[in-house]
Design a protein around this ligand. Structure first.
Ligand SMILES: NC(=O)c1ccc[n+]([C@@H]2O[C@H](COP(=O)([O-])OP(=O)(O)OC[C@H]3O[C@@H](n4cnc5c(N)ncnc54)[C@H](OP(=O)(O)O)[C@@H]3O)[C@@H](O)[C@H]2O)c1
Length: 281
């Protein structure tokens, strides 16, 4: 099988960085991107091509970035929409700007970049789109509803996309990961809404403590998670000879979150189904 060409967003740390190493270890080609190029210069020594890419850039700029990426090897086989960050804060402290910023990175970034690459994938009648979602899409947690909201929105958009592009030979994978040990919860990366109301002071202090204690103690093994996804795309390892599902739920904690929500919804519908369906004409 010819080496695949992968384009990855947000490769300065965490999943993104692990993807680059895993892809190169598989003998494939990696085009690593980051919004600050100097952070990924070292990846050139490992054999990756590097490119500056901020996923919140305007559509025309993203179109140019895709052209630049295609120029490295003449085509791209896999796009990994990975870049994202965590915003914390309760509803009253979160500003409209906080929410626009996180939706811009976590939702509109992947949507716009995918829009830029789809003509190329359609033309070659092949390609794989990978979206790094989260099991956080399945729940609402006090203090991280902004993050929950972005991953839930991504889930809804991607489910539709998967069916739209399948007839063109384009595969889509939605990864819904539990908590993995990356830099996501590093206090330098988490955007914490500034406290506006005294009433939430105690709550905000508690939230900061929770994030601090979760940072560095996540159960998910990042290189293992990334290898699982790379194998899913390549049909190797656990995925060899299998029909890989569209949704990949990673980690025991991620699985529990999704199963708990699924059970909760079934219980709700079974208990109240007659009442809920009594509104038909
Ligand atoms: N770790 C988990 O538990 C977990 C679970 C489920 C899903 N996820 C998702 O996994 C993805 C990767 O996060 P991670 O856990 O690996 O955290 P991470 O180590 O903090 O990596 C996040 C990456 O996203 C980049 N990024 C942020 N905003 C960007 C932008 N506007 N344009 C381009 N790059 C940008 C960061 O680059 P800079 O260096 O420039 O900031 C960094 O490289 C995210 O989408 C996250 O939501 C993580």
């Amino acid at each position: 099988m010819a080496p695949l060409v992968w384009l990855i967003t947000g490769t300065s740390s965490g999943f993104g960085l692990a993807f680059v190493y895993s892809i190169l270890a598989h003998g494939d080609k990696a085009i690593a991107t980051a919004r600050t190029l100097s952070k990924i210069k070292h990846l050139q020594d490992s054999g990756a091509e590097i490119m500056q890419l901020d996923v919140t850039a305007p559509q025309l700029e993203l179109d140019e970035k895709i052209k630049q990426a295609i120029a490295f090897y003449g085509h791209v086989d896999v796009l990994i929409n990975n870049a994202g960050y965590m915003q914390t804060g309760n509803w009253e402290d979160l500003s409209h700007e906080d929410l626009l910023a996180i939706f811009n990175t976590n939702v509109f970034g992947p949507i716009n970049l995918t829009r830029s690459i789809l003509p190329h994938f359609r033309e070659q009648q092949a390609g794989t789109l990978v979206f790094i979602g989260s099991s956080a899409a399945w729940q609402g947690n006090p203090g991280i509803s902004a993050y929950n909201g972005t991953k839930n929105a991504l889930q809804g958009m991607v489910e539709g996309l998967q069916q739209e592009v399948l007839p063109f030979g384009i595969k889509t994978l939605l990864v819904e990961a539990g908590s993995f040990r990356t830099s996501l919860l590093d206090p330098r990366n988490v955007n914490m809404a500034s406290a506006k109301f005294e009433a939430y002071e105690e709550y905000n202090t508690c939230l900061k403590g929770v994030i601090k204690s979760l940072n560095g103690t996540q159960v998910g093994d990042t290189p293992k998670g990334v290898k699982f996804i790379v194998d899913a795309v390549k049909g190797e390892g656990w995925a060899e000879g299998k029909e890989v599902p569209f949704r990949l739920i990673l980690g025991a904690d991620g699985l529990k979150t999704v199963m708990d929500k699924a059970k909760e919804v079934i219980t709700l519908c079974e208990k109240w189904g007659d009442a809920f369906s009594s509104t038909d004409l």
